[in-house]
Design a protein around this ligand. Structure first.
Ligand code: CMC
Length: 428
């Protein structure tokens, strides 16, 4: 392949260097495009635009490959733990035993949140969606740790913010749930591991013993690993964009939580269960709903289907589908929507509309079914996604900062009015 790309504008040829990634992906480096040619690129939804060089996550949408720092998602989901994967994503290498113990201990030391957080929580009505509550509580860390606002913080200071973020996220998530159901909050029990601690804060009731079910804790840990990073998606790009203005790590991640909330992104897992329930209540006629999804005059989309990058299959969906079978089997749960989901998938995968557009089940299609089996309420599904994505957001924020990336500031093609005179109206 030629080492330069040529662009002809108005009969004049301009050359741009090519950049090749470690997995042989090729990009045209247009850093000096405007300066050289006077033109910019236009790419709605950034479908063809690389915003950065990154060494964290590799995915190949055609082959259905996802790797964190070179390790396959299949292997990590089977053999690793969420905190080990978090360390890998954030610091670049798998921890040795001593490093993992130190990291786990540091996190345990910071699981408590400031008591005044309860006052903020009390300000939210119980109707508040837990994602909005969690984004607000997360951002409030800037008030409790104002030193995090210093854009020139030392590496130790940054590490402390990273540890605090990972330590407090499950507390915020569980408290956002407690607010929604109107129950008193539980404090973190540091004798438990990351997922066990979260489950106890979620489900323990006053004056009742709560025992963590290892099947549930293990399934949750696996789900968090599967969600831990996904390169430059909507929420991660948001975290990097906000962070590029040198905003604090807490406000950058809070922005990521808000971006994830939308139904086309992380919010899809909640929408999938709502959709499957509607289909069940409607009599379970899968063909009718497939036809609705294909009808361009109907706004309905098959939630949990399709992906911007995966055009063959989503490797996370494969693992989750199997995990859903395992978890429901182990817990002895027979969820009627699982059967509807399987039938929907079967019909869609044979239908030319979905085949031609390369629409396959994504990570969110089966994750909601597992969350439901684990007892997680539907409004908390996207919160679970956010808990899983946290180390990815942190790693991407840290990489952006260490690479000294410039402030994110896209251009536009202006299509509004051309100059026109202001005509005053009589304002008296
Ligand atoms: N149901 C029906 N048609 C669909 C669907 C769907 N779920 N997804 C895409 N299409 C059609 C779309 O109408 C378009 O058709 P046409 O070419 O005739 O106009 C074509 O497929 C391409 O769709 P697009 O919206 O241009 O593709 P995109 O890359 O911009 O959007 C997506 C990707 C994930 C937003 C989209 O597939 C979608 O809305 N899926 C449902 C929501 C969902 O499950 N989101 C979770 C994504 S995975 C979790 C995460 O990382 O966020």
């Amino acid at each position: 392949m030629s080492e330069k790309a040529q662009l002809i504008i108005g009969g004049k040829t301009y050359e741009f260097p090519l950049v090749t990634g470690s997995e042989h992906e090729v990009a045209i480096d247009i850093n000096d495009l405007l300066e050289k040619t006077g033109a910019i690129t236009l790419d709605h939804g950034f479908k063809n635009t690389g915003s950065t060089k990154s060494a964290i996550t590799f995915l190949d949408g055609d082959k259905g490959i996802l790797r964190y720092r070179g390790y396959s998602i299949e292997e990590l989901a089977e053999k690793s733990t969420f905190l080990e994967v978090s360390y890998l994503l954030i610091f670049g290498e798998l921890p040795n035993k001593a490093e993992l113990f130190k990291f786990t201990d540091e996190i345990k030391k910071h699981t408590l949140v400031h008591e005044d957080i309860k006052k903020i929580l009390d300000g939210f009505p119980s109707t508040a969606h837990p994602m909005g509550v969690m984004a607000s509580l997360f951002c409030s860390q800037t008030a409790f740790y104002p030193e995090s606002l210093d854009p020139n913080r030392s590496a130790e200071g940054v590490r402390l913010s990273i540890v605090r973020s990972l330590a407090k996220m499950p507390t915020f998530a569980a408290w956002a749930y407690k607010n929604a159901v109107g129950h008193p909050v539980n404090y973190p029990d540091n004798s438990l591991d990351y997922c066990g601690r979260f489950l106890k804060m979620m489900f323990a009731l006053p004056a009742e013993d709560y025992h963590v079910d290892p099947v549930i804790a293990d399934a949750l840990d696996k789900l968090l690993i599967l969600h831990a990073d996904h390169e430059q998606n909507c929420s991660t790009s948001t975290v990097r964009m906000v962070g590029s203005s040198k905003a604090s790590i807490y406000s950058s991640i809070s922005a990521g939580i808000n971006a994830l909330w939308g139904p086309l992104h992380g919010g899809a897992n909640q929408e999938v269960i709502i959709m499957l329930e509607s289909i069940r209540k409607d009599g379970g006629d899968v063909d009718k709903w497939i036809n609705k999804a294909k009808d361009k005059n109907d706004p309905f989309r098959l939630m949990g289907f399709g992906h911007r990058v995966y055009k063959n299959f989503d490797p996370r969906a494969k693992i989750i589908k199997k995990a859903a079978d395992d978890v429901l089997g182990k817990l002895g749960i027979n969820d009627p929507v699982l059967e509807i989901a399987q039938r929907l998938e079967e019909v869609a995968l044979k239908d030319s509309y979905f085949v031609e557009r390369k629409l396959y089940p994504n990570v969110d299609f089966y994750s909601g079914i597992i969350y439901r089996a684990l007892g997680i309420p539907v409004e908390l599904f996207t919160v679970m996604f956010a808990m899983g994505r946290l180390p990815g957001w942190i790693a991407q924020w840290k990489e952006m900062r260490e690479n000294k990336e410039p402030i994110g500031r896209p251009r536009q093609v202006y299509t509004g009015a051309t100059p026109r005179p202001y005509v005053a109206i009589d304002k008296r």
